[in-house]
Design a binder for this molecule. Structure first.
Ligand SMILES: Nc1nc2c(ncn2[C@@H]2O[C@H](COP(=O)(O)OP(=O)(O)OP(=O)(O)O)[C@@H](O)[C@H]2O)c(=O)[nH]1
Ligand SMILES: [Mg+2]
Length: 352
C-alpha cells in the first residue's frame, strides 16, 4: 500500500544515573568514592533507505524510542550507552514538526543520515566529586532526561519530469516506452493509483527520472477524482509534461486549458514550472488528420518554430527570460508505434 504521509512519536534515551559507592577492600580501611558514571541515552537518527518507496510501515508502529543509558556502578564502572535508533525513510521524505509544520530536515539525497534527537547525558558518579574538603561525597548526578518529539513524515518523490494529464490518456504507457518502468496500463480511468518513477536513458551517459502520477480531472482541486494530493509528488520536478489525448472526446485545447487551471489552483509555483506538451495516441488518427489537429493546436502559440510536426518555442533574445506560461515544445507522439518517442527524449533532456 502506498502511504505518503504519516505522523509518529520519537524519543531519545534517558541518561543513566551516576553511582554513589565507596571502595571497600581487605586491608584498605577508608577507600575513596568509586561510583562510576551513567551511560548516555541513545540518539534518534533518520536515514534514507534506498529500498523503501512508501511510508506504509509507519502506519503500524507509531512510537520509536532509543534505549536509556545504564546507571554507573561501583569500582568506577561506567554504565552502558543506550543504543541509538535510526528511522529509515524513502528518498524524498521530508521531516516536519507535527504541531508547527516547521521543516526539520529534507531527506532528499542518498546517502543521508541526520540526527533528530540527542540522548540525555549520563550522570557523573560520586568519584568525580571528591575534593580537599569533601573526601567522601555521597552525591552523584542523575542522568539527563530524554527528548521527545511528535513528527510528521511527508514523502515527496524526486523526479526531473512529471507527467500530468487526464485519466486514461496514456501517461503510464508513455513512461513504459520512455523508461525502464513497467506500470499497469489499462483501458479505463484511474488505472494508476500510486505514482511510478522511471529512469530514462539518453545516449550512453545521461539519464533523468520521470514520474507518472494518477490522472487529474476537472474539479480535482476541490477533491474530485483522486484529487490533487498526488500533485505534491511532482512539486519537486524541474519540468512538467502535459499529456493531451487526441482520441479523447474533449478536444485537446480544452484539455490543455483545464489542466493548466487545475495546476494553478493547486499551486502557482507548479503552474509556473516550465512544461512541454505531447499529443498522445496520434496513431488513432490518419496522418493527414493528425497533422491538421496538430497545426490547429499550435496556432494557439504564435511564433513557434515548426519542423516535421514538432513545434519549438521561439528563442527569446535573453535566454533566461522565458515565458513559463508557454510550452517549451509541442509534438504528437504515439507510445503504440513509438512515433516521436526518441525526439521527445531529446527534447526533455535539452530542457532540463
Ligand atoms: N492507440 C493507442 N493507445 C494507447 C497509446 N497509449 C496508451 N494507449 C491506451 O490507452 C489506454 C490508457 O493507457 P494508460 O497508459 O493506462 O493511461 P493513463 O493515462 O496512465 O491512465 P490512468 O492511469 O488511468 O490515469 C490503454 O488502453 C492503452 O493501451 C497510444 O499511443 N496509442
Ligand atoms: Mg496510468
Amino acid at each position: 500500500m502506498f502511504v505518503d504521509s504519516v505522523d509518529i512519536f520519537i524519543a531519545s534515551g534517558k541518561g543513566g544515573a551516576g553511582a554513589v559507592s565507596f571502595r571497600r577492600e581487605k586491608f584498605v580501611l577508608q577507600g575513596g568514592p568509586d561510583g562510576g558514571d551513567g551511560g548516555d541515552g541513545g540518539d534518534v537518527y533518520v536515514e534514507v533507505d534506498n529500498n523503501a518507496d512508501t511510508l506504509s510501515k509507519f502506519r503500524g508502529v507509531r512510537h520509536y524510542k532509543a534505549k536509556n543509558g545504564q546507571p554507573g556502578a561501583s569500582k568506577r564502572c561506567h554504565g552502558k550507552r543506550g543504543a541509538d535508533i535510526s528511522i529509515k525513510v524513502p528518498l524524498g521524505t521530508q521531516i516536519l514538526d507535527f504541531d508547527t509544520q516547521e521543516l526539520i530536515c529534507d531527506m532528499n539525497t542518498y546517502p543521508k543520515r541526520t540526527l533528530l534527537l540527542k540522548g540525555g547525558k549520563g550522570g557523573l558518579g560520586n568519584a568525580h566529586f571528591k575534593n580537599a574538603t569533601n573526601q567522601a561525597p555521597t552525591y552523584a548526578q542523575s542522568g539527563k532526561s530524554a527528548q521527545e518529539r511528535h513528527i510528521q513524515l511527508e514523502l515527496k518523490l524526486i523526479a526531473d519530469v512529471g507527467l500530468v494529464g487526464y485519466p486514461n490518456v496514456g501517461k503510464s504507457t508513455l513512461i513504459s516506452v520512455l523508461s525502464n518502468a513497467k506500470p499497469r496500463v489499462a483501458d479505463y480511468e484511474f488505472t494508476t493509483l500510486v505514482p511510478n518513477l522511471g529512469v530514462v536513458n539518453v545516449g550512453d551517459y545521461r539519464s533523468f527520472v520521470v514520474a507518472d502520477i494518477p490522472g487529474i480531472i476537472e474539479g480535482a482541486s476541490e477533491g474530485k477524482g483522486l484529487g490533487l494530493a498526488f500533485l505534491k509528488h511532482i512539486e519537486r520536478t524541474a519540468m512538467l509534461l502535459l499529456v493531451l489525448d487526441v482520441a479523447r472526446e474533449q478536444d485537446i485545447a480544452s484539455q490543455f486549458e483545464h489542466l493548466r487551471q487545475e495546476l494553478y489552483n493547486f499551486s502557482s509555483h507548479l503552474a509556473a514550472r516550465p512544461f512541454g506538451i505531447v499529443l498522445s495516441k496520434s496513431d488513432t488518427q490518419g496522418a493527414d488528420s493528425m497533422h491538421e489537429v496538430f497545426a490547429h493546436f499550435v496556432e494557439l502559440f504564435p511564433h513557434f518554430h515548426i519542423e516535421n510536426d514538432v513545434a519549438i518555442a521561439p528563442k527569446i533574445q535573453d535566454n533566461t527570460l522565458r515565458d513559463n506560461a508557454l510550452p517549451r515544445f509541442i509534438l504528437p507522439i504515439s507510445s503504440a508505434t513509438n512515433y516521436h518517442i526518441a525526439e521527445l527524449k531529446t527534447l526533455l533532456a535539452k530542457n532540463l
